[in-house]
Every structure is written in C-alpha cells, then in structure tokens.
Design a protein around this ligand. Sequence first.
Ligand SMILES: C/C(=C\CNc1ncnc2c1ncn2[C@@H]1O[C@H](COP(=O)(O)O)[C@@H](O)[C@H]1O)CO
Length: 221
Amino acid sequence: MRHSGRCGFLATDHQLRDRDHWGFNAASLVGVELSTEAVSLAICVFCGASQGDSPVYTEAGYQLGKQLGSRFHRLIYGAGGVGVMGAVARGAAEYGAKIVGVIPSFLREREMGDDIPPQEIIITTNLAHRKTTMMNLADGFIGLPGGYGTMDEMFEVISMSALGVERRPVVLVNTNGFWDLFLELVDELGKRRFLPEDKYFIVVDDPAEAIDRIEFARDAR
Ligand SMILES: C/C(=C\CNc1ncnc2c1ncn2[C@@H]1O[C@H](COP(=O)(O)O)[C@@H](O)[C@H]1O)CO
C-alpha cells in the first residue's frame, strides 16, 4: 500500500463546484489526500459480472485495480464482488485505492457477493440511474471484457463521444483480443457509412496503458 505519507489537502466547496478549476472532475478530490507529484483521477471501469472462459480476464481486472491503487486513483465501478468486476475491486483495494461502487438494489444479492472489498456503496433505483451516477463521478472510462451490461455501458459513452457531448477519454483494454469483434463491427459500420470515420475510443493491450492514456488526457488539458 502506497497511500501512507502523502501530503494532502482537500478541495474546497468552491473548487468542487467548478469543474474547470481543475480541468477535470473535481468531485474526484472529495476526501482524497493528494501527493505533490500525482493528482487523483476518478476512473470508471465497466466490465463483466462473469469471469469469462479464461483467467486472463480476471487477471487483467486485478492488474487494472492494482494500477489504480498504485497511482492513487479512485475506482468507480458497479459494486460487484464477482467476475471481472470483483477482480478489479480486489486489486484496487489491495493497493489502497478509494472505491465507489454503484449498484441498483435488485442486483445487490446477485452481484455483490460475500467478500466484496471495502468501498463506499451508492444504491440506485435501476440500471439507467446506476450508469448515469457512475458517469457523473468519472474523469475517464475504461472498458474491460464483459457481457450485455458492459456492452451497453461502453456503447453509451462511445456514442455520446461521437455526438460531441462527451469529451472524457474512453479506453478499451483488448485482453486476449476480446474487443476485436467490436472493432470489426465498428470498421464495417464505418465502411457502410453508418458511423463517422473518427474513432471515439482508444484501444490498448495492457491495463497499465489504459491508465496512462487517461492520465495523458488530463495532462494535455
Ligand atoms: C439500458 C438498460 C438496460 C441495458 N442492459 C444493461 N444496462 C446496464 N447494465 C447492465 C445491463 N445488463 C446487465 N447490466 C449490468 O452490468 C454489469 C456488467 O454486466 P455484464 O453483462 O456481465 O457485462 C452487471 O452489473 C450487470 O448486472 C435499462 O436501463
């Protein structure tokens, strides 16, 4: 755990209201101590409640969580204790990350599990409210492997970027070529002129690089 010994201050109410003051989501600073060399980001991770057919997916999730904690970032995720979600949370918790889990009440029993890492839990009324809540808290988005839920969440942030109403970075971690079919679909839709030529997301192979890209976007502001 590397959080000890950091010099810190808290954002003021004025700073919290003024997103541009920080150039990114100042809400991510609430209650967070800052080091002199690193400023915390709130990174929203969308990923599966299942573990998939290979341990590489949960391993990627764990590594992403570990990187978030090691770099003092905050994890915003779906409050799962199972599947890839659980792996991200365990990695983040083991490396000292602050975690905010957002989950609709009807999924609590099914997806939180018994050994969910310590986190601040926000209960929402439904899936749409959960997604909006997670998005409102985030400085950037990372997509790991997952199922319908993950696809829904990633399509929403990518399509909002394409509409020009979303400017925060969106990064897909292509573990084991998981996103290749999605990339083919996007290429094909582009060829048929149903999508713009520009890409509204970044694809990386490695979880650490996903965080590099979101940090880079912050530093470029
Ligand atoms: C837009 C709506 C429904 C579309 N479906 C989902 N939307 C959001 N989240 C969902 C949906 N289906 C499942 N989920 C949850 O997402 C998490 C990851 O799921 P995955 O399928 O394993 O990737 C998990 O918590 C799912 O329960 C209605 O508003």
